[in-house]
Write a protein that binds this ligand. Structure first.
Ligand code: GLY
Length: 367
């Protein structure tokens, strides 16, 4: 037998710029054309965004080829939609010289990013997030993918955007439920990385809920800085990036068990409460924080109740299939204190005994 070693050079380092501001969406298409003068542009959006003034603001009088995902939302976030998008692009002879533009929330951004990752082995993607959840989280960091019938983001890839444009004025078109639920990712960032930011969110909640530009720009900037500092260190989630999954283990399970009737942010809020209960059971403290969080989620009108149709067994089944599970048991990100993730034995995510997790789920179900 002969052996040949193939040496793969380290991927070249890359960087991208996140532009943050208000009322500048009408200038973005010209900026994209300047960034990618040689590229063919293909827009991916969804049926909800297509009805809003955000699409008109982006395009102005121009009309670029596009795919409108319908119905909007998690129901369409599957491989069938990806195939439809790719075939639409192929029919129009889009080549490797394509830049996909994602205009919309997390579902649009995740799907457009995934299409860009796999179309002809990869083309550029520009993210223009228009929801609180996408502006705080999903449009940055390059996680892309679609769900299978069994689990969330089962098909996926890391695909960093080539540019991100966050215009907080686009959030004006969101309904209250979506706007508020998306703020949970900002709360998560504050909890894992910055106590002062947590205090800012508490103090300025009314202005944020009134969708005032300045606090929204401030939180967009904080979210991006916190997330960027984590992914610059650990882009492929070997360890530190796991801290961004705070509240997501039980959160994703509840979201999936609800058949995506629960919004992502609402599910993560439940997951954050779960993490806080676990922290208390492990003697990590945080009793006061748990009450504060419940108070914040009440102000955000987020329903933390788990309906009777969702059982403990269902949640346990789903968490045992978590992508980050080891021997079919998930690892939990926990806080040492507000603004600081527990880092122990060189790890940011930890094994928690089954009885503690079960007791926590019981509390959540019966609260
Ligand atoms: N949403 C978590 C991450 O991007 O890693």
């Amino acid at each position: 037998m002969q052996k040949i070693k193939v040496k793969i050079p380290a991927s070249p380092a890359a960087s991208y710029t996140i532009a943050i501001g208000s009322n500048f969406l009408h200038t973005v298409l010209a900026q994209i054309k300047k960034l990618f003068p040689e590229k063919q542009l293909f827009l991916i959006t969804d049926g909800n965004v297509a009805k809003t003034k955000n699409l008109k603001a982006l395009l102005g009088k121009e009309n670029i080829p596009k795919f409108v995902i319908t119905p909007a939302g998690e129901k369409s976030k599957n491989i069938k939609t990806v195939i439809k998008i790719i075939e639409t692009m192929e029919k129009q002879a889009f080549g490797r010289d394509t830049a996909v533009i994602a205009l919309g929330g997390g579902t649009v951004g995740d799907m457009a990013g995934f299409v860009a990752a796999i179309y002809k082995r990869g083309v550029d993607v520009v993210q223009i997030p228009t929801t609180t959840v996408a502006q705080a989280d999903s449009a940055i960091g390059g996680k892309t993918g679609v769900d299978s019938l069994i689990s969330k983001n089962a098909f996926g890839s890391f695909k960093n955007p080539s540019a991100v444009f966050i215009d907080v004025s686009t959030l004006k078109t969101l309904n209250e439920k979506q706007f508020n639920a998306g703020l949970v990712e900002s709360i998560k960032h504050a909890l894992i990385a910055d106590e002062k930011y947590f205090d800012f969110l508490k103090k300025n909640l009314n202005d944020i809920l009134a969708r005032k530009s300045k606090p929204l720009e401030y939180i967009a900037m904080k979210n991006c800085k916190i997330k960027a500092s984590v992914i610059e260190e650990d882009p492929f989630e070997k360890n530190k990036r796991r801290s961004l999954n705070y509240g997501h283990t039980i959160g994703h399970a509840v979201e999936s068990a609800s058949n995506y009737k629960f919004l992502h942010g609402q599910s993560v809020a439940i997951g954050i409460i779960a993490a806080n209960i676990i922290e208390q059971k492990l003697g990590l403290g945080g009793k006061e924080r748990l009450e504060e969080l419940k108070d914040i989620f009440e102000k955000l009108k987020i329903n933390l109740e788990i309906p009777k149709s969702i059982t403990k067994k269902q949640i346990l089944d789903i968490i045992s299939r978590d992508k980050k599970a080891v021997q079919k048991w998930p690892r939990f990100v926990l806080l040492e204190k507000t603004g600081k993730v527990l880092y122990r034995d060189g790890q940011y995510a930890h094994k928690v005994e089954r009885n503690i997790v079960e007791e926590t789920i019981d509390i959540l179900i019966n609260q």
